[in-house]
Design a protein around this ligand. Structure first.
Ligand code: CU
Length: 204
């Protein structure tokens, strides 16, 4: 259904000589820590911000992933992630200093999956007690008694916004078709009907 709607919108745009609606994927515009940056303090949360709303259907975080991989190849994120508008956050207790990798996956506003990774350097402050990483990506534990509630605060408004964007495109496309239809109809009428004789002219 979305496919045919998009086809209609694109056809409408094409008839009018316009480009079809842009369908770009979300891309990362900011992050904590920064790409190739150095952390000297453990951030409250790790965050990736993209250029557009994330598609978090029903607030389920389905299709999203956020991993903080240590120099030892272990996973340091807590397994819980929160999606809010264009951003995704998670918490991680890092281990020893060294080079870490952030692996992330999000669902774009257009429903497509985008994933990438980047690295940062962890320069632990004096007295930091390194956490123990997991050999497998942890799942969000809700029974450990320290759930911070941020994951459950996730809302699923992105899908609604995307729907309205899609229907905007449909209406724009449909409008184009209607305009073209009217123009064609008028042209046909003008061609089919010879100019009526005006009653007060003397063209003969
Ligand atoms: Cu896409």
């Amino acid at each position: 259904m979305a496919g045919s709607a998009a086809a209609v919108a694109i056809a409408g745009g094409a008839v009018l000589g316009l480009a079809g609606p842009a369908s770009a994927h979300n891309y990362m515009i900011a992050s904590t820590p920064k790409v190739d940056g150095t952390l000297t303090e453990l951030p409250k949360s790790f965050e990736i911000t993209t250029n557009d709303k994330l598609l978090d259907i029903g607030g389920s975080d389905s299709g999203f992933a956020y991993r903080i991989v240590g120099p030892d190849g272990k996973y340091y994120e807590d397994g819980c992630l929160a999606v809010d508008g264009p951003s995704m956050t998670t918490k991680a207790a890092l281990g020893d200093s060294g080079k870490y990798t952030v692996e992330w996956q999000i669902i774009s506003a257009d429903g497509h999956t985008v994933s990438d990774e980047y690295s940062f350097t962890w320069d632990a402050p004096a007295g930091f007690r390194p956490a123990t990483g997991q050999t497998k990506p942890p799942t969000c534990a809700t029974d450990e008694g320290n759930a911070d509630g941020s994951a459950s605060a996730t809302t699923g408004t992105a899908s609604g916004e995307t729907d309205s964007t899609t229907s905007d495109a449909i209406w724009i496309g449909a409008g184009g078709i209607v305009v073209v239809g009217v123009v064609v109809a008028v042209l046909l009428l003008l061609r089919r009907r010879p100019a009526p004789a005006q009653d007060d002219t003397d063209e003969d």
